[in-house]
Design a protein around this ligand. Structure first.
Ligand code: G1P
Length: 293
């Protein structure tokens, strides 16, 4: 079995849920506390032992490349001011080598992944979406790569969501379950009604390269876009694709409410900030005559 060595991080989306913030700023650069969301994703891949990362960018996404590059002037400035702790924070992202390709028009997630086909070649690979941050003892994508290495089947990360939210996700129709692993009858993208379950695709995938044969067909799916989920269903019919209920806490940073709550929760997780944030929240509640019920 080939090892999972490469990862694709699609970052070409228009970020419409965050307008106007994302008019001139890539949504992937919106910070959770003091780190852009995409850095959490890249760090998960690196921690999981992924050797090569490609980010699929698009128009207006330059800031992502700059973020993972060396910032000479800023570094010199911090050295002169002897701000070595900040210097380390600035250098951290530039230590990772990242490849880039541009998706020339926004045709959907399936098309964004297809743009990376030449970089991936004929081996299994990971896909990590920036809308989901996962905190886990063992990186989520590593848990899934280990599953792939046992069976040779593609593995799709899933979590339970409320039925009222199934319309926002790819949803599985489960066939059978062994612990955290599900065999799947069908993968359905954003069902408008009668979802086959409430097990939703969260943005982590291990895919075999045969997925490109289906993405190549560029069939249009839900929302008028080329959907990765539709290609996954075709791949499921060909060689079996499993779903894996990974361990860890998932933060939904792809929509405004989840983004705000993630910022609060991660700030509360940070020992240097916790007490001041709690005090700040109490003050805000008091000043606005609000209370926690
Ligand atoms: C994408 C996928 C969907 C998945 C979701 C997870 O949708 O198409 O299957 O459930 O990511 O975040 P998007 O949120 O990009 O519309």
């Amino acid at each position: 079995m080939k090892k999972v060595r490469k990862a694709v991080i699609p970052a070409a989306g228009l970020g419409t849920r965050f307008l106007p913030a994302t008019k001139a700023l890539p949504k992937e650069m919106l910070p959770i506390v003091n780190k852009p969301t995409i850095q959490y994703i890249v760090e998960e891949a690196v921690k999981a032992g992924i050797e090569d990362i490609i980010i699929v960018t698009g128009k207006g996404k330059r800031a992502i490349e700059d973020h993972f590059d060396i910032a000479y002037e800023l570094e010199q400035n911090l050295i002169q001011k002897k701000k070595f702790d900040l210097l380390e924070k600035v250098r951290e992202p530039s230590k990772i080598d990242i490849h880039y390709i541009r998706q020339k028009s926004p045709k959907g997630l399936g098309h964004a992944v297809w743009c990376a086909r030449k970089f991936i070649g004929d081996e299994p690979f990971a896909v990590l979406l920036g809308d989901d941050i996962v905190q886990a003892e063992k990186p989520c994508i590593q848990q899934m790569a280990e599953q792939y290495e046992k069976t040779g089947h593609s593995v799709i990360g899933i979590k339970e969501v409320p039925y009222s939210e199934t319309y926002r996700y790819g949803i599985i129709d489960p066939e059978s379950q062994e612990g955290r692993l599900f065999h799947v009858k069908k993968f359905v993208e954003k069902p408008e009604s009668n979802p086959p379950s409430n097990m939703a695709i969260i943005g982590r995938y291990i895919l075999t390269p045969e997925i490109f044969d289906f993405l190549e067909k560029k069939e249009i799916g839900a929302g008028g876009e080329i959907q990765l989920t539709d290609a996954i269903q075709k791949l499921n019919e060909l060689q079996g694709v499993d779903a894996y209920q990974f361990e860890g806490k998932r933060f939904d940073v792809g929509q405004v409410l989840g983004f705000v709550l993630t910022n609060i929760e991660m700030a509360l997780q940070n020992e240097d900030l916790r007490d001041d944030v709690l005090e700040g929240i109490e003050k805000i509640l008091h000043e606005n005559k609000l209370s926690l019920k």
